[in-house]
Ligand binder design. Structure first.
Ligand code: PXP
Length: 238
């Protein structure tokens, strides 16, 4: 469960409500297996203090989503999350847009993964469903590969279900998941998943974790956070 957008709402007034720490506790009560926060360079939602408090209070694993900058690597090493999820970061993007381009800078990414590993932090890399990127992820030393499901989610929304374009995207995700597993990495998936489109991804062979934020936070407005997480958890487990 990614709770960034609880912090987004709080930052709309730069106040204290809603508190992402309470949201994380409710997510745990709803059955979340882990909590993700993305500390962005511009601190647009999650703040440093949120990360530090969550590290002290979370009972499930803390996954720290981060850009591959020196500042963020230093922060992660001080924070000691249960895992770090490496993503590209653009100041003007609304959300993480594409996967990490490991092919373009393999040595820099490998150095970040090695520094994190030296501090005992397993790294996950977020990549598009591209075989070159998945293979580069393994060569860079990533133990976990999260395949970007955004294109699948967009196609599903445009087609109003699992039409030909969504099915093609899904096939690519499944194939890259298989490559990741064959290369010894765990196969995670995420971005744009919701109650309508999650099922087809949850049943992919070998899938390890799904990372979901916006859809659950949106549902929580109507059902409460605990119930919104529980609804998604039921769908995924079923
Ligand atoms: N995985 C990664 C790497 C992400 O950057 C995000 C968005 O923060 C998610 C999963 C969750 O995406 P969404 O909020 O669309 O569920």
């Amino acid at each position: 469960m990614n709770i960034d957008h609880v912090a987004t709402l709080r930052q709309a007034r730069r106040g204290i409500d809603p508190d992402p720490i309470v949201a994380a506790r409710e997510a745990e009560c709803g059955g979340a297996d882990g909590v993700t926060i993305h500390l962005r360079e511009d601190r647009r939602h999650v703040q440093d203090a949120d990360a530090l408090t969550l590290r002290e209070t979370l009972r499930v694993g803390l996954n720290f989503e981060m850009a591959t900058t020196r500042e963020m690597v230093d922060f992660a090493i001080a924070l000691r999350p249960d895992s770090a999820m490496l993503v590209p970061e653009g100041r003007t993007e609304i959300t993480t847009e594409g996967g990490l381009d490991i092919v373009a800078s393999p040595d820099a990414i490998a150095a970040v993964i090695a520094r994190l590993a030296g501090a005992g932090i397993p790294a996950s890399v977020f990549v598009d469903a591209s075989e070159d990127q998945v293979r580069a992820a393994a060569r860079a030393g990533a133990g976990i590969c999260e395949i970007h499901t955004g294109a699948y989610a967009n196609a599903f929304a445009e087609e109003g279900g699992l039409g030909p374009a969504a099915a093609a995207e899904l096939k690519a995700i499944a194939a890259m998941g298989r490559v990741a597993i064959d290369l010894g990495m765990k196969f995670n998936a995420g971005h744009g998943l919701n109650e309508a489109n999650v099922r087809a991804v949850a049943v992919l062979p070998g899938i390890y974790e799904l990372h979901i934020g916006h859809a659950i936070v949106s549902q929580s407005i109507f059902h409460g956070m605990r119930e919104a997480v529980a609804r998604m958890k039921r769908l995924v487990e079923r």
